[in-house]
Design a protein around this ligand. Structure first.
Ligand SMILES: [Zn+2]
Ligand SMILES: [Zn+2]
Length: 277
């Protein structure tokens, strides 16, 4: 049975406030385990404590986009510096603002390395590092599962992912997404329909969203619950918590969402969840 480990559940930047410690302060990183290979979705600060695994030597890191909260853990990812490990980075190629050309998933790591920004540089990487540029709706077969990318609506765009496991269960990972584009919303609903687990962006409350946060690329708890109900998913997990929200604030957002879709929880750092029917 596949498991999901929530390693980082915060959006925008890491926080170390004791009032936020219940849900956790690290930015987005989710680990998915099935067979021999290990899969991660995003590489936020939640990825930082990960050393080279003794039991795994293949690591697949799927990036939704390259905003810093989703890549800041990559330079600290232990397996990169261990011989015998293989790390593959997946993501889109995107236009760069200050340099000519484009940036892909490998650049999201390499541009963070080297003087004067980081003590280690490319020669320190001992793993076999590969990149695979992917496009929305492309499927990547892996050991025990297939990952399917989908287009989300976000400043400079992002990808969501649906993991289709060999036992027939499915988990969808949708964050850094804002509703409001009819075509993207309709396709998203089709892609997550009947998923056993939907992990979904719920950065804002409705009053917060309505007071100046339109266009920032995120959803509300109410929208996430409404989508979960409409798409008939098994379980909804709210994530990408706003870095100003305390545990109490998030509890209230979860309760509000439960009135619309009963089987809702808030993503908590360290929690391991089984994907089952
Ligand atoms: Zn983000
Ligand atoms: Zn973002």
């Amino acid at each position: 049975m596949a498991t999901i480990t929530f390693r980082g559940v915060r959006g925008s930047y890491p926080v170390a406030d004791p009032r936020m410690a219940g849900y956790g302060g690290n930015t987005t990183c989710v680990q998915v385990d099935t067979g021999r290979e290990r899969v991660y979705i995003d590489a936020g600060s939640g990825m930082m404590p990960l050393d080279a695994a003794k039991d795994r030597d293949m690591h697949h890191v799927f990036l939704t986009h390259y905003h810093w909260d989703h890549i800041m853990g990559l330079p600290y990812f232990g397996p990169l510096y261990a011989a015998g490990q293989r790390v593959t980075l997946y993501g889109e190629r995107k236009p760069c603002a200050r340099e000519n050309g484009m940036a892909g998933p490998r650049d999201a790591l390499l541009k963070q390395l080297g003087a004067p920004y980081f003590p280690l540089d490319v020669p320190n990487i001992k793993a076999k590092l590969e990149e695979r540029v992917i496009a929305p709706y492309e499927a990547v077969p892996l050991d025990g599962m297939t990952m399917v990318a989908m287009r989300l609506r976000h400043p400079q765009q992002s990808l969501g992912y649906v993991a289709v496991f060999d036992d027939g269960t499915r988990a969808a990972f949708v964050w850094d997404h804002e509703y409001g584009d009819r075509e993207i919303d309709d396709t998203l609903e089709q892609m997550v329909r009947g998923a056993d687990v939907l992990v979904m962006d719920a950065t804002y409350t409705v009053p917060e969203y309505d007071s100046g946060r339109k266009g920032w690329g995120h959803c509300t708890n109410v929208y996430a619950a409404t989508l979960a109900a409409r798409a008939g998913v098994g379980k909804l997990v709210l994530t990408h918590h706003d870095p100003r929200h305390t545990d109490g604030d998030i509890d209230e957002m979860v309760w509000e969402a439960q009135k619309i879709f009963r089987n809702t929880t808030g993503a908590r750092e360290g929690v391991v969840m089984s994907v089952r029917r």
